[in-house]
Design a protein around this ligand. Structure first.
Ligand SMILES: [Mg+2]
Length: 183
């Protein structure tokens, strides 16, 4: 089972200060559909793991969030990219599922029966790398979203190795090489 897990905001879609409240707010980052399609073509299942605390904060409902995610998956599909599922933590407080904890990623690994050490988690923030570390996944940082800022702030040593790419399309190319090497 080949699986790639992706953060949502800043990796797949453009970050918005007011978050994504409705389908019209969705803007894919450049190269994202291409990168995901590339993974799909190589037999890699792709899923998203995202914190969406705005639900717990009352800024949007679970139903609204589900509408946004259905629209996001449909939008990607139009561009030839298949994201199988969105795993979401709507808590606004520290909890075992919420990144930087590893629970949501472990849930995704268990759902697909994928091995953590063969599965990359692609994020744009330190908390994504921390979650990947706690779940035992490969740490991948893209420079889109808040990625450049995270890099500039410094990545703690315990999180290494961290693979860094300009964007998801570039990451996808290299990740495919990692799957075939059988490490
Ligand atoms: Mg993000």
């Amino acid at each position: 089972m080949k699986l790639a897990l992706l953060d949502r905001d800043g990796v797949v879609v453009v970050n918005r200060p007011t978050n994504l409240k409705k389908p019209a707010d969705i803007a894919l980052l450049p190269g994202v559909a291409e990168g995901i399609a590339r993974l799909n073509d190589a037999g890699v299942t792709v899923a998203i793991c995202t914190n969406q605390p705005e639900v717990a904060r009352g800024a949007m409902t679970t139903a609204e969030l589900q509408i946004v995610h259905a629209a996001l998956l449909a939008r990607l599909k139009e561009d030839g990219a298949v994201v199988d599922r969105v795993f979401c933590c709507t808590s606004a407080a520290k909890c075992p599922r919420r990144k930087p904890a590893g629970g949501m990623l472990r849930e995704a690994l268990a759902h697909y029966g994928a091995l953590a050490h063969r599965t990359p988690f692609v994020g744009d923030q330190l908390d994504d790398l921390r979650a990947a570390f706690h779940a035992g996944c490969r740490r991948v940082l893209v420079k889109t979203g808040l990625g450049t800022k995270a890099l500039a702030a410094g990545i703690p040593d315990y999180l290494s190795p961290v693979a860094v790419y300009d964007d998801l399309a570039a990451a996808a190319l290299d990740l495919l090489a990692g799957y075939s090497s059988g490490e």
